[in-house]
Ligand binder design. Structure first.
Ligand code: G
Ligand code: G
Ligand code: MN
Ligand code: NA
Length: 250
């Protein structure tokens, strides 16, 4: 298709860029890290959101070289940020399935000088659906190196909870649909509370995604989640803006 050819060109010509959204520690009221979110700078159509092209990149296998670029760029960018700030990178199933994935992560860390403990990899349940020994092995290898693993969009799949048992995640990112539905209802926050409780008993940090209002923030605080991400604090922004925000806060 046209878009597939354009995606290949965009990779060859370096037309992708990363924006970063803060992950905020509620207890310390402080940014702990940032999530890298890729955008495509299209010559005619402007900035294209990943929701539009990531599915095609996954279908065509282009997600492998694109994901490798994202990983390397995110590590290089993070190395310029204060050293108590971590960077979270989204990983697709095809990337993880690649036998050289852990090696590629190591190379990105070495090339950027970023410590492994400052890198978080976000995987969704769909990534674990092909629940192979080799996938689990790769995640264990990365974790032994100090890289942290987050379960993204928690609660949207069919078996999020069973995956928590199968793999030692460091963080659960509760899908934004839960906070959206949590305010002004009699069961306000009940699901968030339950997931936070699950995380606490397993020693896993919980983050609530998609916090847009003060009322939602109040709910999230009341239910005891440790971290938030969302437009209330900041939308994804270019590196220079995030960098300024972080160094000004020092
Ligand atoms: O930023 P935005 O809300 O438009 O992102 C839409 C989706 O694209 C999110 O679900 C996000 O996880 C995904 N996404 C963003 N950047 C990347 C990336 O670098 N790799 C992968 N695999 N997914 C990404
Ligand atoms: O990887 P993941 O699917 O969780 O990607 C996060 C996505 O959520 C990004 O596309 C980001 O732009 C989007 N996002 C971040 N904060 C908010 C928010 O407060 N509200 C909504 N609706 N979307 C958000
Ligand atoms: Mn994510
Ligand atoms: Na998510």
């Amino acid at each position: 298709t046209v878009m597939e050819r354009e995606l290949r060109e965009a990779l060859a010509y370096g037309r992708f860029e990363l924006h970063y959204q803060p992950l905020v520690d509620l207890d310390k009221n402080r940014i702990k890290g940032v999530e890298a979110l890729v955008r495509w700078r299209h010559p005619e159509r402007g900035l294209i959101s990943p929701g539009v092209f990531i599915p095609l990149a996954e279908e065509t296998g282009l997600i492998v070289p694109l994901g490798d670029w994202v990983l390397n760029q995110a590590c290089r960018d993070a190395a310029t940020l204060p050293d108590d700030i971590s960077v979270a990178v989204n990983v697709s199933a095809l990337q993880l399935r690649n036998r050289n994935f852990a090696q590629g992560v190591l190379m990105a860390l070495a090339a950027s000088g970023l410590k492994a403990t400052r890198l978080e990899l976000e995987i969704t349940e769909s990534v674990l659906l092909d629940d192979t020994e080799s996938n689990l092995e790769t995640l264990h290898t990365l974790r032994r190196l100090g890289v942290r693993i987050s379960m993204d969009d928690f609660g949207t799949g069919y078996s999020s909870i069973s995956y928590l048992r199968r793999f030692p995640f460091d963080k659960i990112k509760i899908d934004r649909s839960f906070v959206r539905d949590s305010v002004g209802r009699s069961d306000a926050g009940a699901i968030i509370r339950a997931i936070v409780g699950l995380g606490t008993s397993l020693g896993i940090t919980t983050l609530v995604e998609g916090v847009e209002t003060e009322a939602q923030l109040a709910t999230v605080r009341a239910e005891g989640a440790q971290e938030i991400q969302g437009y209330l604090f900041s939308p994804p922004r270019p590196l220079n803006e995030i960098s300024e925000m972080l160094y000004l806060a020092k």
